[in-house]
Design a protein around this ligand. Structure first.
Ligand code: DQA
Length: 147
């Protein structure tokens, strides 16, 4: 029993890149935080980060079908990643899209979110807590409380 935690381009730089916007936590910190939530449910976290859309699609095609759910911060791919969008549409698991910053308050190019129609929901602007919120939601779904 596992969920996927996927992060897209530049998110390997969390903690270093724009801490004013994205906070001080690293990707390793975020993974630990998500694991703390899922552990109580006996659910593992398979984490993947890539700066390449195709590598993310390869990972989702391989690991998606067996997963209980997906937490994905697509980074800027969220604004234009149509191939990633088609991939998510093809994998029938609950998916929560996370953006650390409130993209709607930022530059206009960040306002379009192309995955919106193929994810269960989105968490935007709650900082790195958004990942934890997404994990709590997926665990509620697993136990039948999230419908
Ligand atoms: C982001 C928002 C995107 O616009 C940006 O390209 C990122 C991070 C966020 O988590 O707030 O890389 O997805």
């Amino acid at each position: 029993r596992y969920i996927l935690l996927v992060n897209g381009p530049n998110l390997n730089r969390l903690g270093v890149r724009r801490p004013d916007v994205y906070g001080a936590e690293t990707l390793a910190d975020i993974r630990r935080r998500v694991e703390q939530v899922t552990r109580a449910y006996g659910v593992e976290v398979r984490a993947f980060q890539s700066n390449h859309e195709g590598a993310i699609i390869d990972f989702l095609q391989a690991e998606g079908p067996g997963a209980l759910g997906l937490i994905i911060n697509p980074g800027a791919l969220g604004h234009y990643g149509w191939a990633l969008r088609d991939c998510l549409e093809d994998i029938h698991i609950p998916a929560v899209e996370v953006h650390i910053s409130n993209v709607h308050k930022r530059e206009p190019f960040r306002h379009q979110l192309v995955l919106a129609g193929v994810v269960t929901g989105q968490v935007v602007g709650l900082g790195t807590y958004g990942y934890e919120a997404a994990a709590r939601y997926l665990m509620a779904l697993c136990t039948g409380a999230g419908d």
